[in-house]
Design a protein around this ligand. Structure first.
Ligand SMILES: Nc1ncnc2c1ncn2[C@@H]1O[C@H](COP(=O)(O)OP(=O)(O)OP(=O)(O)O)[C@@H](O)[C@H]1O
Ligand SMILES: [Mg+2]
Length: 602
């Protein structure tokens, strides 16, 4: 997990990443910002210089210098004002573009990770949570670096001017160092604070969703959960505020200490120059110059300490991005295998001693599964809740890689298959399917992106899902916008959403693997039965051309009995396989469960 300790070594790569972003987002404006800020810094330093010339010209009644200095003062002020407007405009555009680019990359990183286990990795969740709140920091990279650079120039030029009064005043700049050094420590405090609050933020987000999302509205109302949720929300927020306060107080104390050291130096230098003036060793211009410049250095140091802190914090956020990219790359590299998915299945799918344990789980969800799913077969998976049915299906579709053992597709290890090519040949409908709030045609069409525009293909998919009449029941047919989040969106019944999920799974016409993990639970038993018969017939028809395997997870034995092969899972282990007759003759768990269900229908 990324922690502040691991950060220093990574700062350079991280800084490079951030610069790359700004550059990729808008190279012209990045350069322009640098130029404008440098000019602005020079303009404000010359202001102090012209002030000294003016004050020294007064007692000498040097008219040339008086007019020259007045012109110089006006010019540097005007220059500063114009440049500051210009640079602000440039920075604004730069911020927006960089921010947009980072958000896009984040979606790419998360979306392109082929397996699901990263969603159960705490470091990943922490980074994602913090980044969601802090992607704006990427937009600040160039502004904060350019600002730092410009402040650096101002500190150097201001100190150089001070040295013209006396080299002894150089000490003032040295006394500013503690302020700068402390800023890195302060940003580290904030970084650790973020690590500590990320989980609390996640929890408050869950509570917030429970209280506000329409999916939960029925139950939260009926159970009168409102006050309970509010109370818990308060408790979490109190923790959050507690941690943030402690970090802020600690950080402020450190910052104040640094500035006090500098202030002491500031007063000593002023006293020294006043003393020199009294003894005739300095002019009135020198006194004015020192007062103005030392004050300027004070505020420059304060702002550069803040800028540095800001830059460190931006860097820490970028560090999380780099880590996230790394975790995702690692997940991808485990499966960026190049073997190509066969055009058709001849032998089928084999599982050799396959086990899977979810990250941070003590018990394996599947253990030592040995199984052969013959090409062209229809397979049913049964077992109690939590037996491992969905896990098995997720392994077969490549959403997780086995923690032990091997899954082979016609003899080729699934882990070595190019995940893209395997995905193109698998179709799936899940019990916890997504509700894509798109127009109906697209919500189904995304089941096969190549055919998303093909209305006829969408209608065929609807037909194969036994839902040909669904568009007619909706106000704008296939064009109906789904989902309550849209003003003209239509919300559907649970069964209707499920029909869409099944239709989506029916979009691919020649999958090698079709998985249906209880997507029919909201449909009546008859409909499920009819659909499965239809799919079984269809797969029988294409058996010789594609060798497709159809897997159905169901708790309804009237459907299950039709399958060529039935797999019985119990507590993550495969306890029985065979067809209906074999399993009934065996008199094991399957026979018991079948009898139990049959009796309740009699
Ligand atoms: N994301 C996860 N992280 C940790 N454990 C999980 C996760 N998903 C499932 N499990 C655990 O793995 C085991 C198998 O779960 P799985 O979802 O495969 O069961 P199932 O047979 O599909 O059950 P159901 O009939 O309820 O759908 C269960 O003990 C469950 O608690
Ligand atoms: Mg399940």
């Amino acid at each position: 997990m990324i922690m502040a300790e691991s950060l220093p070594g990574k700062r350079l790569t991280t800084a490079a990443t951030m610069l790359r972003f700004a550059w990729a987002a808008d190279p012209k404006r990045s350069l322009l910002a640098l130029v404008l800020f440098t000019l602005q810094a020079l303009a404000s330093t010359t202001f102090a210089w012209w002030l000294k010339v003016l004050l020294d010209a007064v007692p000498a009644a040097d008219l040339t210098n008086l007019f020259l200095a007045t012109g110089g003062l006006a010019l540097s002020l005007a220059g500063n004002t114009v440049l500051s407007h210009g640079s602000n405009q440039v920075l604004l555009a730069l911020r927006e573009r960089t921010h947009a680019l980072v958000e896009r990359r984040m979606v790419e990183i998360v979306g392109h990770t082929p397996t699901l286990d990263i969603h159960e990795t705490p470091a990943y969740l922490t980074h994602l949570e913090v980044l969601e709140r802090e992607t704006w920091r990427f937009g600040e990279t160039v502004p904060s670096l350019v600002n730092l650079f410009a402040t650096g120039i101002r500190i150097v030029t201001t100190t150089a001017l001070l040295v013209t009064v006396s080299p002894a005043l150089l000490l003032l700049a040295v006394l500013g160092l503690p302020t700068l050094l402390l800023s890195s420590k302060i940003s580290r405090l904030y970084h650790l604070g973020n690590d500590r609050t990320a989980e609390i933020y996640r929890r408050t987000a869950v509570l917030y969703d429970l209280a506000t999302k329409s999916e939960c509205a029925k139950e939260t109302r009926l159970l009168r959960l409102g006050p309970v949720l509010v109370r818990r929300f308060h408790v979490e927020y109190r923790k959050l505020i507690g941690v943030s306060r402690r970090v802020a107080v600690h950080a402020e104390a450190l910052g104040l200490a640094g500035r006090m050291i500098f202030l002491l130096g500031y007063f000593c230098s002023l006293l020294l120059v006043v003393h020199w003036f009294a003894t005739g060793r300095a002019s009135i211009g020198d006194v004015a110059l020192t007062a103005v410049l030392a004050g300027q250095i004070l505020s420059l140091l304060a702002s550069s300490a803040e800028l540095l802190q800001f830059a460190w914090r931006n860097l820490a956020t970028a560090g999380r991005y780099v880590e996230l990219e790394g975790i995702s790359r690692q997940a991808r590299s485990r499966s960026t295998a190049a073997a190509v998915t066969p055009a058709r299945l001849r032998d089928g799918i084999r599982l050799d001693q396959v086990s899977y344990r979810y990250p941070h789980s003590t018990r394996p969800a599947l253990r030592g599964i040995d199984l052969r799913l013959p090409a062209g077969s229809t397979v049913a998976v049964v077992g109690d809740n939590g037996a491992g049915k969905t896990t098995l299906v997720k392994l077969l579709t490549g959403l997780y890689l086995p923690t032990d053992g091997k899954i082979s597709i016609d003899g080729v290890d699934l882990a070595t298959l190019d995940p893209e090519s395997w995905r193109r040949r698998t179709s799936a409908g899940f019990q916890d399917h997504a509700r894509f709030e798109l127009p109906l045609r697209e919500a189904i069409g995304i089941g096969d992106l190549d055919a998303i525009e093909d209305e006829a293909a969408v209608r065929t998919a609807l037909q194969r899902a036994g839902s040909a009449d669904l568009p007619a029941a909706l106000p704008a047919g296939l064009q109906t916008q789904l989902g309550p989040s849209w003003t003209d969106g239509v919300d559907l019944s649970g069964g209707q959403w499920q029909k869409i999920a099944i239709s989506r799974a029916m979009m691919r016409t020649a999958p090698l693997l079709l998985v249906l993990d209880e997507p029919t639970a909201a449909l009546d038993a008859d409909t499920e039965h009819r659909l499965f018969r239809q799919w079984a017939t269809a797969s029988e028809r294409i058996k010789d051309t594609s060798g497709a395997i159809t897997i159905l997870v169901s708790h309804r034995f009237s459907t299950v009995r039709m399958a060529d092969l039935i797999i019985v899972l119990d507590h993550g282990e495969l306890i029985e396989t065979g067809d209906h007759d074999e399993l009934m003759a065996r008199g094991g768990l399957y026979a018991d469960l079948f009898e139990l269900q049959a009796r309740s229908y009699r």
